[in-house]
Design a protein around this ligand. Sequence first.
Ligand code: FES
Length: 144
Amino acid sequence: MKKTRREFLKDTCTTCLGTVALGFTFSQLSSCSSLPVYKTNLSQKTVEVPLTSFAESNVVIVRDMQVQYDILLVKKSAEEYNALYMKCTHRENPVSATKTGLYCPEHGSTFDLDGNVTKEPAPLPLKRFKTVLSDQSLTIDLNS
Ligand code: FES
């Protein structure tokens, strides 16, 4: 059975759900499980993430209640980043992330940090958004 994003969050991270319910605003960084979570409040179709968000980890989850699924930002090098939509390509279940890959708890598909399928049944790679790097931040283009 497909879970909604809210049901998924409630099942997997009640602490984070509580902080979301408290109405966090733009530019807040907290942690969920072992990965940092950057919370936003999108008013446009882009999101700008400060590069300082990668201070503790090369993998950061970007969360916005106006976007149905989280986005996993992966710092591959100082110049190269991936922005992966955490929506399974099998049956649209939210996927979970670790520092080494992504996992769909529904039917067991796995993905590498480039979004490629490493274990089926997912038929396609995760959606990747374009990113633009500047001196202080990384901008994710949600229209891409
Ligand atoms: S919904 Fe992800 S593997 Fe089926």
